[in-house]
Design a protein around this ligand. Structure first.
Ligand code: MN
Length: 258
């Protein structure tokens, strides 16, 4: 079995395997989720300079940064949701590291979302994808590609008087992925794993509720999903090891055949 990694190393060096960056740049302008005003709010990314080759530090440049655990491209741990609050290994510092390196399947909903910003991923759509690409392998990650990452500013959250309008899965789709396919996690390009209007679903926020209640993980604010094949990519997504963390910004990338 040592040959597997030797071959991968050789293929990386030869350029036969390339890396794809699935991460947005951490920037104070990148939107974070906005909850109703009665709730606490996630902080945007902020930086303050400590020194830059000046009297504060003549030969070095460094900064302090602050942000919410759910800022920018980020990982959701099971403890993020009440349904996962008592599960073992449910915080980012205790999630088994094997979850962070896995195959990923990419379900392309981008043409549907182009026509309907509230597009909902269903079991029927997943099964049609599986007819074409094969069953989703047990233990893999599944990404919902929407090309939403190409939006910026106010269009990204797409807030209106009745809340956010953005795509996501319904409860049946999430339960199918968990219980029929035993996926380890689900990722989206939008600000959350749930649709913008998912507060009105049953249960509310079904992706959060079911994924985390079944000790599965979430990734959101993903980028460049249009550069991934439907199957065959290897995802790499280790969050920061924050003690008792509910989530974490992270660099997400994938290995793909060149
Ligand atoms: Mn989150």
């Amino acid at each position: 079995m040592t040959e597997v990694l030797q071959n991968l190393g050789a293929d990386l060096l030869a350029g036969n395997v390339k890396t794809v960056d699935l991460t947005h740049t951490l920037d104070p302008d990148f939107p974070v989720i906005v909850l109703p005003v009665e709730f606490g709010q996630c902080a945007r990314f902020r930086v303050e300079e400590v020194s830059r080759y000046d009297e504060r530090g003549p030969a070095w440049y460094w900064r302090n940064f602050t942000c919410g655990e759910h800022t920018g491209t980020h990982f959701d741990a099971p403890i993020h949701w009440i349904s996962g609050k008592d599960l073992p290994d449910a915080t980012v510092d205790t999630v088994p590291t094997s979850a962070f390196v896995r195959p990923v399947c990419v379900i392309d909903c981008s043409s549907e979302v182009a026509k309907d910003e509230d597009y909902i991923l269903t079991v029927d759509f997943i099964q049609a994808w599986e007819k074409e690409h094969g069953d989703i392998p047990e233990g893999s990650w599944v990404f919902m590609r929407t090309d939403w990452s190409k939006k910026s500013g106010a269009d990204y959250l797409n807030l209106r008087e009745d809340g956010a309008h953005s795509p996501g899965p319904d409860a049946d789709a999430v339960n199918y992925l968990i219980h029929e396919r035993n996926i380890i996690g689900f990722g989206t390009e939008t600000v959350g794993t749930d649709a913008g209007q998912a507060a009105h679903f049953e249960p509310p926020y079904p992706a959060h509720y079911h994924l985390h209640g079944n000790n599965r993980y979430g990734l959101q604010c993903l980028n460049n999903l249009d550069q991934l094949p439907p199957t065959g990519a290897i995802l790499i997504c280790p969050p920061l090891k924050i003690k008792h963390g509910s989530g974490s910004p992270l660099r997400v990338m994938a290995l793909v055949n060149a």
